[in-house]
Design a protein around this ligand. Structure first.
Ligand SMILES: C[S@@+](CC[C@H](N)C(=O)[O-])C[C@H]1O[C@@H](n2cnc3c(N)ncnc32)[C@H](O)[C@@H]1O
Length: 464
């Protein structure tokens, strides 16, 4: 096998495996970097070559440690409390419509692809405000996101769309920049690990079905086959009178569901829209406002990233690089102007195109850390370190976050790692474009990192 063929083979097999696990169509993402990641992970874990690593992965269940870390790496968890007002006001109406006063039976809501939990907690607030009993399950494929969801502590950044009145009512300050859930309404929310390519988790309803399913901003990067499977699973889990909701920029081709899947019809109200199983009554009025049933399937498909290049034609990341570099450059401009939120949006878009971009994860971690989202910042740097295990900048930033959080043990481990990484010959900043510009002179930053790590370790070893 020639080197070129074997290189393509690594990319093709890696993409197939990642698609099989998550549903993501990664062939158009950044084939070179996918191969690079497999090479780096193989080397780091002591496999003779990327194929040996691939074969070991293939034999593992997707929930084993290494596959799960890859899954955690490629999933984008962008979310916030009170995200997408028009859809939420549609949800409000649906809850009222489904609620039968005088019954104690809750309305069963499943948030599929809930990320770090803000969506499920938002549904709990909406139901609480209307005094409607609910039972909410939030599921996600990413175990790091679920840990954050269960912890229930959120940065001001996550709460930026929540009114001050609701923030005061439902959360309590945890520190200068964080809020902790603090209301019995959240007792209705639980979380579980679940992949929407698998059959739906049962609700506590006697037949296990769900009254409302939210699957917002999840299917965007799915391949057509994976989308069909996921839509079939979601639609099949609804009660006959249930509602399925996507993000406001996502609409589906119901015909994609295939001949055996339940038929879905779209329902619109104002800017919000949902889908219902085909058997339900038409022409219903849901308060407030009238609902227009729209059974047409002539609706726009879920927008995808540009179909940039096929694996068969090329294994170059050139065009992806242009898009990603453009987004990173724009992020840098926003950082220069102190526009952190805009910078974050560009970085999220860049990593949506190419989740294997180490520099993007480092920039994301730096911005999140400045915004006070220390947990999310740590996760961004962990992603960078997973992709490039000896990245001194990522290990140093990880250490400083642990230090600021008062976690001395974690800081000590990360500072030690920083020194080990700094002692290596190759400097990951040599390959960066934007990061190097932003942090200033790399040699000065290296020296500062080294001094800070040495001082911290000296102090804390002395205290042991
Ligand atoms: C962009 S977030 C959306 C979060 C939330 N629904 C919202 O709209 O704010 C997408 C989430 O879908 C999850 N996800 C992606 N593929 C998944 C799959 N196959 N099964 C379950 N969750 C998945 C990701 O881990 C991520 O947390």
């Amino acid at each position: 096998m020639t080197a070129a063929v074997s290189h393509r083979e690594v990319i093709a097999r890696a993409c197939d495996l990642l698609e099989q696990w998550t549903g993501f169509s990664l062939r158009d993402t950044a084939p070179q970097r996918i191969a690079e990641t497999f090479r780096r992970r193989a080397r780091h874990l002591g496999y003779s070559d990327p194929m040996a690593y691939f074969e070991a992965l293939r034999d593992l269940p997707p929930t084993a440690d290494e596959p799960q870390q890859l899954v955690n790496l490629i999933t984008n968890g962008l979310t916030a409390f009170w995200r997408d007002e028009p859809q939420l006001s549609a949800l409000q109406s649906v809850l009222r419509h489904l609620h039968t006063p005088m019954t104690l039976e809750p309305i069963y809501v499943w948030c599929a692809g809930v990320s770090t939990g803000e969506e499920a907690y938002t549904v709990a607030m909406i139901a609480d405000e209307q005094q409607i009993p609910v039972d909410i399950l939030g599921t996600d494929i990413n175990t790091d996101f679920l840990d954050t969801a269960r912890e229930g502590v959120f940065s001001s950044w996550s709460l930026r769309r929540l009114s001050a009145a609701r923030r005061e009512q439902y959360l309590a300050p945890a520190d200068d920049d964080h809020w902790r859930l603090d209301h019995p309404a959240f007792d209705a929310v639980r979380f579980a690990h679940h992949n929407i390519l698998a059959s739906a988790p049962p609700s506590a309803h006697p037949d296990g079905s769900w009254d409302i399913i939210l699957c917002r901003n999840v299917l965007i990067y799915f391949s057509d086959d994976a989308m069909t499977t996921a839509l079939g699973n979601l639609a099949g889990a609804l009660t006959e009178t249930g509602y399925l909701m996507f993000g406001s920029s996502e609409q589906i081709h119901p015909e994609r569901l295939g001949p055996d899947a339940p038929h879905l019809r779209s329902i619109r109200q104002g800017g919000g829209f949902l889908y219902r199983p085909g058997g339900s009554r038409t022409g219903q009025t849901i308060e407030p406002g009238r609902w227009d049933e729209d059974g047409s399937s002539a609706i726009a498909p879920i927008p995808r990233p540009h179909n940039l290049s096929g694996l068969e034609e090329t294994t170059s990341d050139a065009s992806e690089n242009n898009t990603v570099l453009h987004l990173l450059g724009t992020a840098a401009d926003h950082l220069d102007d102190g526009e952190l939120e805009r910078a974050l949006a560009c970085l999220e878009a860049a990593l949506g195109y190419d989740p294997f971009q180490v520099e993007g994860h480092c920039l994301m971690g730096s911005v999140l850390s400045t915004l006070g989202a220390s947990q999310q910042a740590l996760e961004a740097f962990q992603r960078a370190l997973f992709l490039q295990p000896h990245h001194w900048f990522a290990s140093h930033r990880t250490a400083t976050i642990h230090q600021a959080r008062g976690d001395v043990d974690a800081a000590r481990r990360a500072f030690q790692r920083t020194l080990d990484d700094l002692s290596r010959n190759d400097d990951p900043l040599d390959d960066t474009i934007v990061l190097r510009d932003i942090i200033g002179s790399p040699s000065r930053v290296r020296l500062q990192a080294e001094r800070q790590a040495t001082a911290f370790l000296r102090l804390h070893r002395a205290r042991e």
